[in-house]
Design a protein around this ligand. Structure first.
Ligand code: BEZ
Length: 395
């Protein structure tokens, strides 16, 4: 079998894998991206066309990461004629006592204050007057942060693909699931149905398919998988517009009761508003259990919330979508960025990004992952994310 040698093989050609390959290309590293499906597919966590960019987080280091990501988004946006971020702002509102996997409003306010990030606070009444929500309990509070955005994630992936294609040292290979990873001294031999490739370093970034790759290296991360639903409601008032938003509320039985939404955008069902539940009624054990069909009960709770609390929209969704997320046991959906555990041979030459919610950091994570792969370190402090020792388990 013909083999080729690389400095870095990136396993996973989603947004973060491509961003990593682009930065590797800028540093002239001979790079191969292996994508198990086709590029720009809708089978991973990047599916669903839009994502939220936000700065509010309960932890200062996360706020800092969002701030640090901004110049990388600006740089990426300059490379394409398409606007990638529609800066409609972030509206967080709801029960101030609720701590969800997204965080908590009061804690986020403290973190924003500490880092001098501008935001305004809102009462329930002000949220209703200014943002078209209705029937909110008087006890609800809110914050608005103007730098939040709806990310055109399809265009983001396309922009990154174009950049990778222009980098002479980057090769892209789709329909290439990794079947085997062999250790050859200090090198790795990667076997796919389309060929075998030798590399000095590995950057493993397969999104929710993380375990199918790291199992080949005899370890795993415990995760559940969410087939997250999204619903599109037609605007009955064509002039109505929403920011990106998230509502913090206590669960009511199986209804997780937390929802998030987007403005209408010209790149995705333009006359519709997308609203999604941030909970899953039936988590999956394996990515292969996924059906691409949204859970009808999740959709029904979402419609009920829209009917009760949002003005200017139809009562039932006309379109839906799903995306696949791997969630580990790390609290607050935090990211794991680390090297392979010490029991894996040559572990210092294997860098991984696993689980967590990271679309909003995409171009910055590309820089971080490429530096870690090439240099073994990065200027950005990744210690809060170096959770491998705790969450990786030997098989
Ligand atoms: C998203 O952008 O997909 C997202 C936003 C808030 C919560 C969950 C997902």
């Amino acid at each position: 079998m013909h083999t080729e040698n690389y400095d870095v093989i990136v396993i996973g050609g989603g947004a973060i894998g491509l961003a990593t390959a682009y930065h590797l290309g800028k540093r002239k590293a001979k790079t191969l991206v292996l994508e198990q499906f086709t590029f720009a597919n809708q089978l991973g966590s990047s599916a669903g066309v839009s994502r939220q960019f936000r700065i509010p987080y309960p932890d200062e280091y996360m706020v800092q990461m969002a701030l640090d990501s901004q110049p990388y988004w600006d740089e990426l946006e300059k490379t394409t004629s398409t606007q990638l971020l529609d800066k409609v702002g972030t509206l967080w509102f709801g029960d101030p006592n609720v701590h969800s996997t997204e965080g908590n409003i009061a804690e986020a306010e403290e973190a924003l204050k500490a880092l001098n990030v501008p935001y305004t606070t809102l009462t329930a009444k002000e949220i209703e007057e200014q943002y078209h929500f209705r029937n909110l309990p008087d006890t609800y509070t809110g914050l608005f942060q103007p730098d939040g955005a709806s990310i055109n994630f399809k265009a983001t992936i396309e922009a990154l693909l174009e950049l990778c294609k222009k980098e002479e040292s980057v090769q892209l290979q789709e329909n290439s699931p990794v079947l085997e990873i062999k250790h050859i001294g200090e090198l790795f031999k990667i076997i796919t149905p389309n060929g075998a490739y030798i590399t000095k370093k590995l950057a493993i970034i397969p999104g929710p398919y993380i375990n199918s790759v790291i199992n080949l290296l005899e370890f795993k991360i415990e995760a559940t998988y969410w087939n997250m639903s999204s619903a599109y409601f037609k605007k009955t008032d064509p002039n109505i517009q929403y920011p990106t938003w998230f509502v913090f509320q206590n669960a009511i039985g199986e209804n997780g009761n937390q929802f998030y939404g987007f403005p209408s955008v010209d790149w995705d069902h333009p006359e519709y508003i997308r609203v999604a539940p941030d909970f899953v009624i039936n988590p999956l054990d394996e990515p292969s259990d996924r059906t691409l069909i949204p859970n009808p009960q999740e959709l029904s709770y979402t419609s009920e919330w829209v009917q009760n609390h949002m003005a200017g929209l139809s009562t039932e969704p006309e379109y839906t979508s799903t995306c696949l997320i791997a969630l580990s046991k790390i609290p607050n959906k935090e990211l794991l960025i680390d090297f392979a555990p010490g029991y894996v041979p040559n572990h210092k030459n294997i860098v991984l990004y696993a689980t967590g919610w990271a679309a909003k950091f995409t171009p910055f994570l590309g820089k971080i992952m490429s530096d870690l792969a090439l240099d073994g370190h990065t200027d950005f402090d990744i210690t809060p994310f170096q959770l491998g020792r705790k969450y990786f388990k030997s098989l």
